[in-house]
Design a protein around this ligand. Structure first.
Ligand code: AMP
Ligand code: MN
Ligand code: MN
Ligand code: MN
Length: 285
C-alpha cells in the first residue's frame, strides 16, 4: 500500500493548497496521505472535503508536525492519526503559532540592526497562517538579500545565523502526551537531520522512548542506506515503530515528491499496521 506520512500544505510552509496536495498525491498513487503541517491542523478539513467530493481512492490521515524542545535542542514530532477536534491539541497549535509570530518579531529587530528591511511587513502580507523560517527565507530572496534558501539559512536563520532566535516550544514530553491524548502516535521526525552527533542522537532517541514516543521516521528523501541502517539499530534497541514520509513542501523538488522515499523492509514493525487497523475499524462502524 502506497503511503506518505509527512506532508505540508500552504497553512504552514508548503506551497500547495490541501486540495492541490491531495490531487497530486492521488496522481502519484498514494493511498494513505498524512497532512502534517507545522503546528497546524487547518489543512485537514479541506483535504478531506476534496477526497469526498471527488470520490478519490485516497484516505487522509489527520496529522501535525510539532516543534518541541528536548534536552538535545529543537526537534520535530509528527502526531499521526490525531483527532483534529481535540481541544488540548487545538490550544497547543494556537500557542505555538503565537510563539512563531513573536519569534519573527524578534528576528525583525535583529534584521533592523543589519539594515535588512521589509521582512516582517512581507511576512504579515503573505503568510497564510503558520509563519516558519522557510517564509523568512522566501522574503529574503524576494527582497534581494540572499540568492537562495541555503544562503538564507546559512547567513541568517541557521544554527550560527545572524538573526537566530531560540523559542520555548512545548517540551518533548508534553508534545508526546498531547499527541497521544488526541489519539495519535508520536513520531520523531527525520532524526538524522538534526545538527548533532550520532552519539547525542542515540541519547535523544532513548529519551524520546522514555517520554513515551511511539515511533521514529526511518525513511525520508535522500537518507543514505548507511544512515537508515544505523537508525534501524536505534529503533530496534528502543522498541519503537518505524514510519516514513516525503516531508513534501514543493512540487519542484523531484527527490522529495509525494510518496517517494526509500522502502522500509517488511519485517520492520511499522506504524502503517496500526493505521490500517484504524481505517478498517472506522469502515466497520
Ligand atoms: P521552523 O519550523 O520555522 O523552524 O522552520 C523549519 C523549516 O525550515 C523546516 O521544516 C524546513 O522546511 C526548513 N528548513 C530548516 N532548515 C533548513 C535549511 N538548513 N535549509 C533549508 N530549509 C530548511
Ligand atoms: Mn517545513
Ligand atoms: Mn521537520
Ligand atoms: Mn516537515
Amino acid at each position: 500500500m502506497r503511503y506518505d506520512f509527512h506532508a505540508h500544505t500552504h497553512y504552514s510552509d508548503g506551497i500547495l493548497s490541501p486540495a492541490q496536495l491531495v490531487t497530486r498525491a492521488h496522481g502519484k498513487g498514494v493511498e494513505l496521505l498524512a497532512i502534517s503541517d507545522h503546528d497546524s491542523i487547518s489543512g485537514i478539513a479541506e483535504a478531506k472535503d476534496i477526497v469526498c467530493s471527488e470520490e478519490l481512492s485516497l484516505t487522509v490521515i489527520e496529522a501535525i508536525e510539532l516543534s518541541a524542545q528536548s534536552d538535545f535542542g529543537e526537534i520535530h514530532i509528527v502526531g499521526l492519526n490525531i483527532d483534529s477536534d481535540n481541544l488540548d491539541l487545538i490550544a497547543l497549535t494556537k500557542q505555538q503559532q503565537q510563539k512563531r509570530w513573536s519569534r519573527v518579531e524578534e528576528m525583525e529587530l535583529k534584521f533592523k540592526k543589519l539594515n535588512v528591511e521589509g521582512v516582517l511587513v512581507d511576512l504579515r502580507a503573505n503568510c497564510k497562517q503558520v509563519v516558519t523560517r522557510s517564509h523568512v527565507a522566501r522574503s529574503l530572496i524576494k527582497l534581494g538579500y540572499v540568492k537562495d534558501n541555503n544562503q538564507a539559512f546559512k547567513k541568517y536563520m541557521g544554527k550560527k545565523g545572524r538573526v537566530k532566535v531560540s523559542t520555548d516550544w512545548v517540551t518533548m514530553e508534553q508534545a508526546v502526551s498531547i499527541i497521544q491524548g488526541a489519539g495519535g502516535l508520536a513520531i520523531l521526525a527525520h532524526p538524522t537531520r538534526y545538527p548533532m552527533s550520532n552519539r547525542r542522537l542515540s541519547y535523544l532517541i532513548e529519551e524520546f522512548q522514555i517520554a513515551g514516543g511511539d515511533a521514529i521516521e526511518l525513511s525520508y528523501p535522500s537518507i543514505s542506506p548507511d544512515k537508515m541502517g544505523w537508525l534501524e539499530v536505534q529503533r530496534s534497541k528502543n522498541n519503537l515503530l518505524a514510519s516514513g514520509g516525503s516531508d513534501f513542501h514543493y512540487p519542484d523538488l523531484k527527490w522529495s515528491d509525494l510518496g517517494r522515499f526509500p522502502r522500509i523492509r517488511d519485517d520492520i514493525p511499522h506504524v502503517l499496521n496500526s493505521i490500517k487497523e484504524k481505517i478498517q475499524a472506522d469502515a466497520a462502524r
